[in-house]
Design a protein around this ligand. Structure first.
Ligand code: AKG
Ligand code: FE2
Length: 203
């Protein structure tokens, strides 16, 4: 595992694991996501304006069905739990429920500053989120710009910007404030977007 990248306690603890699934694994997951294009649904959370559904918090699309990937991915994520809890100085918890989803950020997509412990999200049935894992994958060469994950410092002023590098896993406590910078993928096809797999370890 890489050295801690958080600075003197100013930022929430976080880790970046490059090459988490490897070339073949990342290609298979991308292929699965692209083939499921029709099953992605909007992640819109808020209605504004004259009855028009518009996103003010989150704009992207999501696939909750991980198919045959669900079991092995869950196992891989849980295998990291104990080490991460130690590194992040979080209390150890028994292995518990996980939540997983694949998210596509196409042109104009974003997710404003939030924490993942927000329970108003209708995608969060019970289970307190403790660790957030985001695995990034996309076509190479990358066909979008933007889409960095911005992690705020504990005072909410400064940020660390994490590039969504293909085949990398970012982990941080679910209580950390973060946002996804707006993605530009002008005239890009669905498959040219920024794909991510969210895994939440709950307890
Ligand atoms: O895609 C990312 O980098 C993070 C997504 C996120 O914050 C979320 O889905 O809660
Ligand atoms: Fe989040």
């Amino acid at each position: 595992m890489s050295e801690p990248s958080f600075l003197g306690g100013r930022f929430p603890p976080h880790r970046i694991l490059a090459g988490w699934l490897g070339e073949a694994g990342s290609a298979r997951l991308l292929e699965y996501a692209l083939a499921a294009e029709d099953r992605f649904i909007p992640t819109r959370l808020a209605a504004v304006g004259k009855g028009r559904l518009d996103s003010v918090v989150r704009h992207s699309s999501v696939l909750k069905d991980l198919g045959d990937f669900a079991v092995p991915l869950r196992r891989r994520a849980l295998a990291l739990q104990a080490e991460l809890e130690t590194d992040f100085e979080m209390p150890a918890t028994p292995r518990n429920s996980t939540q997983m989803e694949v998210v596509a950020h196409g042109h104009g997509a974003f997710y404003r500053a939030h924490t993942d412990t927000f329970t108003g999200d209708h995608y969060t049935p019970g289970g307190r989120r403790r660790l957030t894992m985001v695995y990034y994958f996309h076509r190479e060469p990358r066909r979008f710009t933007g889409g960095r994950l911005r992690l705020f410092d504990l005072a909410g002023g400064e940020t660390i910007d994490v590039e969504p590098e293909h085949d990398s896993l970012l982990v941080f406590p679910s209580t950390a404030l973060h946002e996804v910078e707006r993605v530009s993928c002008f005239k890009g096809a669905f498959g040219d977007g920024r794909f991510s797999l969210n895994i939440w370890l709950c307890g």
